[in-house]
Write a protein that binds this ligand. Sequence first.
Ligand SMILES: [Zn+2]
Length: 213
Amino acid sequence: MRALVWHGKEDIRCDEVDDPEIEHPRDAIIRVTSCAICGSDLHLFQNLIPAMKPGDIMGHEAMGEVVEVGSGIAGKLKKGDRVVVPFTIICGDCDQCKRGNFSVGERSNRRKDLADKVFGHTTAGLFGYTHLTGGYPGGQAEYLRVPFADATHIKVPDGLSDEQLLFLSDIFPTGWQAACSARSSRRTRLRSGAAAPTVRWQSGAPSCWERNR
Ligand SMILES: [Zn+2]
């Protein structure tokens, strides 16, 4: 398959690499139909975050069609399902996942040892975002292996285009989380230091803060 591969600072190439395979019963393989470059990929492009290795596949905003499932998926996903793959790899079973704190999940980062040392508490495993978060190949590729796929997917309905759905993978929830953390409301004027799309989604709709009042 073709994939965008990190080779060093400001050196990302489109390479021919091996197709991903099922490695664990809870895995699924996705044929990627759309993926995006996130602003935070620039940190990797500029080699500002440690623990990228030459040969790492980039990308954490992807969606597509399920083409293979492991024996442990238990009917949660099947071939042909259309899914958005979240940036965060979710085990669904640990204490943090059960509390909804998916980004600090305790079982999906296979380099938890490293992340505990560097961050003080591990992050969950992340796609395409250094070996500090598990060194998982990312979704800027033709196919993507999704670990813990029975929990790490957003099933999407037909009738909506990839363009309408893809940002459910990262920047939409990121913007939502930012607005929640800022306790914004429809009267709040938001100033964003991030890429503008992340927040613009928020200013129109009533915020989660208001909804929960
Ligand atoms: Zn978990």
